[in-house]
Write a protein that binds this ligand. Sequence first.
Ligand SMILES: [Mg+2]
Length: 391
Amino acid sequence: MSKIVKVETFPVSTPLKKPVIMPNTRITSIDSVVLKITCDDGSVGFSDSGDTSSWYRGELQESIIAMISNVIAPRILLGEDPRNIEKIVAKMDLLVRDNNQAKATVDFALHDLKGKLLGVPVYELLGGRTIEAARQGWVLSAGKPDDVAAEAKRAKDVGFALFKMKIGYGTIQDDIDMVHAVRETVGLDAYLTIDANGFWSYEKALHIIRKIDSAGLDLIEQPLAHWDIEGMARLRAAVKTPIYADESAQELYNLKEIIDRRAADGLFIKLQKAGGLVKAQRWLTMARLAGLPVHCGCMIGSGLEHSPAAHLWVANEWATQGLNESIGPLMIHGTMESKNIAAGTDIALNIPKFEGGLCYPNEGPGFGIELNEAFLLSHKTADRQGRQVSL
Ligand SMILES: [Mg+2]
């Protein structure tokens, strides 16, 4: 048996080539936490939390580092066999309320470690491969209608299957004009969605959605605040465009309420929101039982952050039926294919391959990722400290 003897966290800041704009938010750099879990036999598993934000997850670099170093490592991880992931996840849920991004970061590093101990890629631990590569959509930062439409055209030419718009660049009318301009550019057959990230009121959502219903959007993601399940159900009954839940759909009890109240036509999953790979598989099973389609994403994150998602999205049969916009590394590096990313500029030395709108998980044990140790040092977040906890 292996035994966990050391847990290390590193605060890392990765600048974005191009800012990502959302309501009240302009992201220029990704503050994330890289986690290393080391065993007594010298084996190491690692993970990256990806973007942290007060409004999406309510977790920050410091809170993730503190939760892992002060609670999860000393009370759960140290001395434990890292292969007992289900047991560790259950204990994390018992001893730590919420904090799913911190829990997911731990769950990811354990899967990497277990894959390395058993000599298999993580997708083999998750049921094996159902498809070779996950088809991706392109996320369009909010902007002037013509600019957003031009970017959608470039993404379509590369091979992306879905175009997801973000709101909040200018006025409400700008958002409405953007939807129509992008639809005109990508054509009626393209899969087109918009994500309001919970920033509309019921009244505003009704006003806007009625004006964009004619653009034939395939779905609207999280029009209302995460807590307003009743409002989502009312809205869904009042408009034509399907309504999907992202921020509302975190824990399984959230999914149950959404299902019971018929508050969404489908769901959106990110592993950091669901709390890791173990909890995400339960989440996907619940969605499947309810017949709710699932779209899959990742945080804006490095090649390491994206890897757990890259492995699960090719392994989980329900996840592979929906579309995907797990393109965090491409958003960081401002490109639509991984071949254009300069060597050594990411937390991962070998970013999973993105090509022609498809993403392939890395082969090799665990996530198949090599950590860029030099990058962790050169991009350490200013004025913030990592922690090390050991037996
Ligand atoms: Mg969303």
